[in-house]
Design a protein around this ligand. Structure first.
Ligand code: KMT
Ligand code: NI
Length: 196
């Protein structure tokens, strides 16, 4: 019992402290791996990301196979599939071309679920004013980009990320490039998350 309540307390503490490094970016033509901060810098609170439908947890990636919090999330949200991707210049064939592809604005018909096990990278997501928010995902961050949300990905200057990819059932990673105004997942996303 004592152990259980301690666990509960710990996960609440994590949720409260679950900060995420995120900021609005400029659209300069500089290398996509650079931070692209506005001048002056404009950070985005985690609450704003939650209002856009983005879910986030900070979990223990060193122990991910046994982490109870992850087990609970997987059970509650029905994440039955997982695999690991490793992205770095010497690991990915056609690295530069692939990186450019990840960086094309798209959405998916399903959630994009990534738990960062090592390294870091940028997930850029659109807000409803069509501005890009850059989320700096690092080791221990677990992110869910909702179905129908426009986004893109790039490595940062460290040029390395290792992530657990989760999925409900048989994985489909198909990108649907913008515009997708008539896509049912896009319509559902807007209906559910956009405040009038
Ligand atoms: C994607 O869907 O953009 C990727 O799998 C690359 C990022 S995973 C850290
Ligand atoms: Ni994607």
């Amino acid at each position: 019992m004592v152990r259980d309540s301690l666990k509960e307390f710990e996960s609440e503490t994590i949720a409260v402290n679950a900060q995420l490094d995120a900021w609005y970016i400029n659209d300069s033509e500089e290398d996509q791996r650079l931070p692209h901060h506005l001048e002056p810098k404009l950070y985005v609170p985690v609450q704003k990301l939650a209002e856009l439908g983005l879910a986030h947890w900070v979990l223990d990636s060193n122990n991910y196979e046994h982490d109870m919090e992850l087990r609970k999330i997987r059970a509650e949200r029905g994440y039955t599939y997982q695999d690991i991707v490793d992205i770095a210049p010497d690991l990915l064939p056609n690295y530069e071309a692939n990186l450019k592809n990840f960086y094309k604005e798209h959405m998916h018909a399903d959630e994009e679920i990534r738990f960062i096990l090592a390294g870091s990278g940028y997930f850029d997501v659109r807000d409803f004013d069509d501005r890009w928010i850059r989320i700096w995902a690092k080791k221990n961050d677990m992110l869910v980009v909702p179905a129908g949300m426009y986004h893109r990905f790039t490595l940062d200057e460290s040029e390395y990320i290792k992530a657990l990819r989760l999925f409900k059932g048989y994985p489909v990673w198909t990108p649907h490039y913008r515009p997708q105004d008539e896509h049912p997942s896009r319509k559902d996303y807007i209906t559910f998350w956009k405040r009038q």
